[in-house]
Write a protein that binds this ligand. Sequence first.
Ligand code: NDP
Length: 276
Amino acid sequence: NADPAACLIGWPAAHSRSPIIHKYWLKQFGIAGDYRIEAVEPAAFADFIGSLAARGYRGANVTIPHKEQALALSTPDARARAVGAANTLYFANGGLHSTNTDVEGFIGNLDASAPDWNADGEAVVLGAGGSARAVVFGLIERGVARIHLVNRSRDRAQALAQPYGERVRVAAWDDVGAILPKAGLVVNTTSLGMKGQPSLPFDVSALRADAAVADLVYVPLETALLRAAKARGLRTADGLGMLLHQAVRGFELWFGKRPQVTPELRALVEADLTSA
Ligand code: NDP
């Protein structure tokens, strides 16, 4: 089969929205291609990506538990290196390269949802896990002057902040009240607020009227944090928007066209999320 294809490699085979997204764009561009799910055990991962091209793939998305192995087995760009994990593999100049599209997904969605967000002010990032690494790198790349990083486990926040020097400061939950009057952006990268998890203990009433609030959580689509921010009239960017925007770069790298995140695509994925 000579039609161009890409896949998502995970273990076990995850239920993912990526096939909906990429098949929508393939159809939109009239490309007779495919996007498949591949369940690959960790021990078989290196062999699998070694045979990616022979299997007819232009590249792949990589998810749990393969993101660190993907980084080690490819030539990563600055984003994948900074995040410490690769989620997208592609071929260039005869070699296998990788990137982390969560960086572009977060910033692309923020730009689309809150176009005049305050990029040269201060930001508060809640959480210091894998997704926080992408958010912090993206904000620094965009020129945010200072990030206050707040996490339950302080040492994890310190490890994330360390390479950025003064621009990323570790703060305690108790300090947040004092920081908020200066913050133009608040981002939740913790899993708090996800279906089945406690809500995020965060009061939006102290935020400036021109602040923007982003939440990476996308189940439910509207977290208590975003609902409260909208009720205050603040601009918001949600996790589904980020999920859609992070897929743009992979599609472009594999299929050579830069796709758009349309309301129709959003509705398709929203329907899948709410029926799950
Ligand atoms: P990680 O497991 O790497 O990090 C989880 C974070 O949540 C850590 O900061 C952790 O703190 C914090 N946390 C978890 N439980 C609690 C709690 N009870 N109290 C306080 N803090 C808590 O996860 P990821 O960074 O990969 O993902 C985080 C969220 O972002 C998930 O909901 C995920 O679905 C979403 N996400 C969305 C994406 C999108 O495209 N929209 C992309 C990637 C992720 P500690 O370090 O102290 O454990």
